[in-house]
Design a protein around this ligand. Structure first.
Ligand code: PLP
Length: 395
């Protein structure tokens, strides 16, 4: 049939470029030691940076939340799905972010993807608005900018002079600069203090997607704003909660007026069923850990593991990107080579995903190694040994 043939031709094109993706089925909770497709593996791929996704206290809180609030919310927030669990969580996030944002208020959304769509479509709702988007931004920010009625201008990665020039040349009534705090496929940090100074000078919003910073950056895990000690009414902060927080969903923190605008206008918030309240309840247990002594210990262990990997890995042809975060990308180059190295690791029971275009630029296919506080030093040593040997063997 013609329709199916056309779809199959698209799939064939992907396959011809080594771009077919396949999903492995995890038979056990997210953790360094997993059973995947029935086979035990040591995984270096999750974004569960603090090891909270299967933490007994978080799992128990989820159980308790389900017993108290049931399985589902039953409706969207503005109809009848806004539960006490959501309200308590939002109040806590508002308090958490109060040191960084004037009159901070927070909103809990189902996913980070939707939070980014919500922020950019609400702030950039008018045609006389302009979104200035960092070149390496996450797909959800790109999609949010596409969906907004605002114009979009991309500035080169980390290039503040270029951004400054773009802002100066713009006569848009509302200007919105948007960036990842930690670049998800590179692991480096955006220069947020300089970006904020630039935004304050130009009267622009600074929207920060802290998907890979919330929980891990900052002395108490509150993320990139705490890490850099930033404070401004012009900050709009997105923390996602399926990564270091180990559960799911996301929150937006901003001046109370911005949050009220999201509640009134943001379609990705309004036109979807509220997340199960039990998730919001479980997140309270995550926040207890993140903000407490255990969180500090987990962050310190994670930092030691990162230093260990950087020390033990000795790439010659491959290139370990300069990253101080748990994301440690090893650039291999071609899609085929990256897949071969990932397959070589897999044969040894090591699971590291090969990341290919369009997620990263062509010719920079990479292994995206992520470390987590639940890893041991022995496990990191095992990965480094395997990678060093594979590079030698494929010379
Ligand atoms: C994962 C991620 C998101 C999406 O968050 P989800 O909660 O998984 O939908 C947004 N931005 C960045 C930078 C991410 O890495």
């Amino acid at each position: 049939m013609d329709l199916i043939d056309a779809v199959n031709r698209k799939l064939d094109t992907l396959a011809a470029h080594s771009l077919t993706r396949r999903r492995r089925v995890a038979d056990s909770p997210c953790a360094p030691r997993q059973v995947v497709d029935g086979r035990p593996l040591l995984a270096f791929c999750s974004n569960d940076y603090l090891g909270l996704a299967a933490h007994p206290a978080v799992v128990e809180a989820l159980r308790e939340g389900a017993a108290r609030y049931g399985a589902g919310s039953g409706a969207s927030h503005l109809v009848s799905g806004h539960s006490r669990a959501h309200a308590l969580l939002e109040a806590r996030f508002g308090d958490w972010m109060a040191p960084y944002i004037d009159q901070a208020r927070a909103l809990y959304l189902c996913t980070g993807y939707m939070a980014n769509l919500a922020v950019l479509t609400a702030l950039g709702a008018d045609a006389d608005a302009m979104i200035f988007s960092e070149a390496l931004n996450h797909a959800s920010l790109i999609d949010g900018a596409r969906l907004a009625r605002a114009g979009v201008s991309i500035y080169p990665h980390g290039d503040l002079d270029a951004l400054d020039a773009q802002l100066a040349a713009s006569s848009a009534a509302t200007r919105i600069v948007v960036t990842d705090s930690v670049f998800s496929m590179d692991g480096n940090l955006a220069p947020l203090p300089a970006l904020l100074a630039l935004c304050e000078r130009h009267g622009a919003w600074l929207v920060v997607d802290d998907a890979h910073g919330f929980g891990v950056l900052g002395a108490t895990g509150r993320g990139a704003l705490e890490h850099f000690g930033l404070h401004s009414p012009q900050l709009v902060y997105i923390g996602t909660l399926g990564k270091a927080a180990g559960v799911g969903g996301a929150f937006v923190a901003a001046h109370a007026s911005v949050i009220e605008l999201l509640v009134q206008r943001a379609r990705p918030y309004i036109y979807t069923t509220a997340a199960p309240p039990a998730l919001a309840h479980a997140l309270q247990a995550s926040l207890d850990i993140i903000g407490g002594a255990e969180g500090a210990q987990r962050r310190a262990h994670l930092a030691a593991l990162v230093a260990h990997l950087q020390d033990a890995l000795r790439p010659r042809r491959w290139r370990l990107l300069a990253s101080g975060t748990a994301i440690q990308p090893l650039i291999i180059g071609s899609n085929d080579d990256a897949l071969r190295v990932a397959a070589g690791l897999y044969e040894q029971g090591l699971w590291v995903p090969a990341i290919r275009p369009p997620t990263v630029a062509a010719g920079t296919a990479r292994l995206r190694v992520t470390l987590c506080a639940a890893h041991t030093h022995d496990e990191v040593a095992q990965l480094a040994r395997a990678l060093n040997e594979l590079e030698r063997a494929t010379a």
